[in-house]
Design a protein around this ligand. Structure first.
Ligand code: ATP
Length: 354
């Protein structure tokens, strides 16, 4: 069992900063996602936790012990590589037992352990097959088997499903999450796929440009994005930003925007300047007589819902409404917003107003 605390962790490669003072806590037993676009520093963070990279500064505490300078072999953390990282000349049993054999575990104990892991993963019947001819899913299961057989304190997974096609990927994601729920080991999982992070994670760290933008549960990150980057990165279609210039007083729970007043969650700090009115597509309603007008630009039918693209005084927005809702390109409609779901942003800093 393992709690991992990351404190002001930083990594420089020469002049280049790959990870800027990051801090977050991974609780014991969590399925924890490191999410962000390519190059933002996710893999470097994961490699520092596993000991494959030494931090420039900062601390990594594993169950309260500082481990950031220890070699990987002294951390008891398993790193799961992508599915193709198996020993091709060995069969399934040898691939899985390798970490135990190299530790000098007696043969009978190795055999029992491999049988137990094979049962958990449902691969008992392929133990004597060469890995070369296996399907993608079985190869992935063997790679997992090799990682879990040592019973490490925690697992680090770097886009383990990255090489799989979409349908199969979803199936393996479910299997991985179910395996985690059965074993309960702390797992840190790197992905650039926001949907995968939302579906699988107990907690998510969203990174961008070497910086932790936000850390929280999938729901907190979706409902209360801390920055415009997070609001834009999570959700599909992503959050709309209606641009306007205005001010809001301390304790206020409404805002004037483009000659209309809208109810919003209460803001504690006063603000004046360029703002964005952040609203998710599913929190916009079309109503004939609402005073905030918009022109329908396009409609996209999705079966039970449709996505309507509209032009407002603050830019283009997308609304997700019932497929039954009548809307035609060229029409003018009124828009209303679900007040509790709005996030106001300072457009200059990109941060949510609180
Ligand atoms: P990806 O999904 O593309 O792997 P990532 O978020 O995992 O992205 P990292 O692999 O952590 O990103 O890399 C962050 C940045 O650090 C990148 O710009 C990368 O080029 C740089 N970087 C990583 N390792 C090294 C290294 N050994 N030397 C120099 N630069 C590096």
């Amino acid at each position: 069992m393992a709690q991992i605390v990351i404190k002001n962790l930083k990594k420089q490669f020469g002049d280049f900063t790959a990870v800027r003072e990051s801090s977050f806590t991974i609780e014991d037993g969590e399925f924890f996602m490191l999410l962000g676009p390519s190059g933002c520093g996710k893999t470097t963070t994961l490699r520092m936790i596993a000991g494959l990279e030494l931090p420039t500064s900062g601390e990594i505490l594993l169950d309260g012990e500082e481990i950031s300078q220890r070699p990987p072999s002294e951390r008891d953390i398993a790193f799961v590589f992508q599915m193709f990282a198996l020993y091709p000349h060995m069969n399934v049993r040898k691939n899985i037992s390798y970490p135990l054999v190299s530790q000098g575990m007696p043969r009978a104990a190795v055999k029992a352990k491999v049988a137990e892991v094979a049962k958990i993963l449902g691969i008992e019947d392929i133990l004597d097959r060469p890995v070369g001819g296996l399907s993608g899913g079985d190869r992935q299961r063997v790679a997992l088997g090799r990682a879990i057989v040592r019973e490490p304190k925690a697992f680090m997974m770097d886009e383990p499903l990255g090489a799989l096609d979409a349908e199969f990927r979803e199936h393996m994601a479910e299997e991985l999450r179910a395996l985690h729920d059965r074993m309960g080991a702390t797992t840190v999982y790197v992905t650039h796929d926001q949907l995968e992070a939302m579906q699988m994670g107990d907690k998510i760290v969203v990174m961008n440009n070497a910086v932790v933008e936000q850390f929280g549960t999938p729901q907190e990150i979706y409902d209360k994005p801390a920055t415009m980057f997070v609001a834009d990165f999570i959700g599909s279609p992503s959050m709309n930003f209606i641009k306007f210039h205005g001010k809001i007083g301390a304790g206020s729970s409404d805002v004037a925007m483009h000659e209309n007043t809208f109810a919003v969650p209460q803001i504690r700090e006063p603000f004046e300047g360029d703002m964005a009115f952040g609203v998710r597509p599913e929190h916009i309603e079309l109503s004939d007589d609402a005073p905030f007008r918009a022109e329908v630009l396009a409609t996209e039918y999705l079966g039970t819902t449709q996505i309507i693209t509209l032009n407002t005084a603050g830019g283009e927005v997308k609304a997700r409404v019932s497929a039954q809702q009548a809307a035609k390109a060229g029409e003018t409609v009124g828009l209303t917003f679900d007040p509790g779901t709005i996030t106001l942003f300072d457009r200059q800093s990109g941060r949510a107003l609180k």
